[in-house]
Design a protein around this ligand. Structure first.
Ligand code: 13P
Length: 308
């Protein structure tokens, strides 16, 4: 048996022994997605974390995702195999600066993308993900000023779609999505006439204006079930694994980043079979959140989840 097969077998044993469940984001590597009990976009993963029947949740993803799971399931052990698996978007908003901004702008409602630290969520009125950002903003009265944190690209897309001028944007972005090359995408489109461009709203406007479909990882995946047989995909390249597994007969072309090549989030790739196995063996590293911060953050996530 290969080392990979051995590790997969050991992970299956440990999951049963420890009553553990593995939740994985679509951006993790294919072998990690293969050992996961549930793979999804950020919204589906947080809904799952709130409702799983398990003693242990191992989060195959980055820190803010595991924190969200711990906020929603404080009684469970939440494991993040690589504690420093971070997110440039989450790093672009600091809780202290947000608290100061709020003091200077009383009465403004804070809508935070789920890609934020638990401390930022503690200063947030309602969270959103890329799949429900529009619904979340539309649930807020039209005359209520909003601060959208931290993704200026998703925020300006929502601002454009809703036509709401009273949305202030935090100046953050995802360095991976920001790095797609608009000229490279235009060239790819010209070489593949009629092929639909699927883009994540974390991309900036020079990319989004070339897109046929804009949505979360799960939205883009769902679109692939339609009649088209080839797609240009403008988001982190890990999603291609799920797209290709669901549609082996179809063709998925990753959009190039500046300077060429595919766009990979190295933080999402930090989790691997070895560190999953070790985390399950040792029930460590765990995610721990101070209770007052957890409680303060919880409301913002529950408000999002309860929105129909
Ligand atoms: P979604 O999976 O919700 O589209 O979000 C992608 C992402 O930002 C992961 O960091």
């Amino acid at each position: 048996m290969s080392n990979v097969e051995n590790l997969k077998e050991r992970i299956a044993e440990l999951k049963a022994q420890k009553r553990a469940i593995i939740l994985a984001h679509y951006y993790t590597s294919p072998e990690v997605q293969q050992v996961a009990d549930f793979t999804g976009d950020s919204l589906a993963l947080s809904q799952k974390a709130a409702s799983v029947d398990a003693d242990v949740i191992l989060f195959a993803g980055v820190k803010f995702m595991a924190e969200t799971a711990k906020v929603l399931s404080p009684e469970r052990t939440v494991l993040l195999p690589v504690p420093d698996a971070g997110c440039s978007l989450a790093d672009s908003c600091d809780a202290e600066r947000l608290a100061e901004w709020k003091r200077e702008h009383p009465g403004v409602m804070v809508v935070s993308y789920v890609n934020t630290s638990v401390e930022v969520k503690a200063h947030t009125d309602i969270c959103c993900t890329s799949s429900n950002a529009l619904r979340v903003v539309q649930s807020i009265p039209a005359d209520q000023p909003i601060l959208f944190v931290p993704d200026r690209n998703l925020g300006s897309y929502i601002k454009k779609v809703t036509g709401r001028e009273n949305i202030t944007l935090w100046d953050g972005c995802c360095l991976i999505h920001e790095d797609f090359c608009p000229e490279g995408l235009a060239k790819l489109r010209a070489e593949n006439p009629g092929v639909k461009v699927l883009a994540h709203p974390e991309c900036n406007n020079s990319i989004l204006e070339q897109a046929d479909v804009i949505g979360s990882t799960a939205d883009l995946l769902a679109y692939c079930s339609g009649s088209d047989d080839t797609f240009i995909v403008v988001t982190e390249v890990g999603i291609l694994h799920e797209m290709q597994s669901a549609h082996p007969e179809k063709r998925f072309i990753p959009a190039p980043k500046r300077g060429g090549g595919c766009n990979e989030c190295l933080d999402m790739k930090k989790v691997n079979l070895e560190n999953i196995c070790s985390a399950l063996e040792n029930l460590s590293p765990t995610v721990e959140i101070e209770e007052s911060v957890r409680k303060a953050a919880e409301g913002s996530i529950l408000r999002m989840i309860s929105l129909k």
